[in-house]
Design a protein around this ligand. Sequence first.
Ligand code: GLU
Length: 454
Amino acid sequence: MLYEGRMAPVVRFAPSPTGFLHIGNARPALFNALFARRAGGRFWLRLDDTDTARSTAEFAAAIEEDLGWLGIVPDGMFRQSERLAIYDAAAERLKAVGRLYPAYETAQELDRRRKRQLGRGLPPVYDRAALKLSPEERAAFEAEGRRPHWRFRLDPGTVTWDDLVRGPCHVEADSLSDPVLIREDGSYLYTLPSVVDDAETGVTHVIRGEDHVTNTAVQIQIFSALGAPVPVFAHHNLLTTASGEGLSKRLGHLSLRGLRAAGYEPMAVAALAVLTGSAEAVRPVSDLDELASLVDLAHVSRAPAKFDEHELDGLNARVVHGLGYAAVAERLAALGVASERAEAFWEVVKANLTRVSDAADWWRVVEGPVTPVIGETPDLFAVAREALPAEPWDATTWKRVTEAVRNATGLKGKALFLPLRLALTGLDHGPDLAGLLPLIGRARALARLKGETA
Ligand code: GLU
């Protein structure tokens, strides 16, 4: 049975809470969330936390928080560790129909066997010796203290699926070893719980990294063995660094919280995470809806998605330039930019920022103290001081002052503007002074034009 296009899609993102999410994990998270958003479907967050030794509550909470920062709010969340009884029931069903069988080989025995097969030029596929064990042989292993691991008996033949990214795919089941689903200690590998959860939660589309392609043939057979509909699969390419290395959880500065702490905007990170390696150029977006409109799984490239983290600054700047005051008011207040001038200030400085937090530098220029840089043209400043009109000031004030200075001194262009900027701001670059000057105000401007720190 296949997913039918009429149903609203259900997708999931299934990280293991064994580390912080990084920009590479943001890719499947976003592909899923955007797919659901576009199709009016549902998006589950599933925590694959059956590895109790490495999974922590701290990482689980961080995953939710980091997804929230990207603007992803799941329709529901669940943990595999709370569902073991459900996996046990599924395992029993597979055992009852002879699809799950006990095997007693140790890792060393399996290794020796593999080497022998390779030595003879045979593919290193598990030989199913365990299927041929008599009840007595099994009892003898148990008496030795061996505990079985459990393998899924694959059906022979070709497994096919139509991958939304990779197109028609096929895998010869005979070329695969019967996969181990349950370890000797009774714990589950990822393969079975994932299928059981996808079946139980009505997942219609499994969108995940191409590192899972080899699991798919096996999982399709498990869906069928459990009598569950087989979802549609989409395996996207993985994000790699510019030099082609995979991202690991150790790359702290590329963790979502590291990027957030470094002052990057979620939409810059999200755009880089999903538009890299797609048909669309990496570009700033204002929200997830806009990003959703640009993402099409059918146009995701099959080559590695190499991303350049240095692109992030330029991308971030362009996102910041498009942010309205309401989007940043809280963060500006936290930076100390809190006054009735804050909104006007934001509109004046934002085009000069790479990060929102850089606004603090310009707020210091406005509020002072600024040590003016006075060049070798003091006459210029005397004229400028004289030209300062009474307040209130507005966007035309700067023009009035510079025109007065030009008329009196004959200076123009850079020779006129740069000394004034250096005196008024202490810097040789920055936002348009027409906007900045009214924020600096008459008292501070007058003092700075006298060479005083103000
Ligand atoms: N926990 C698995 C992973 O993070 C989930 C894979 C899947 O989406 O099926 O790789």
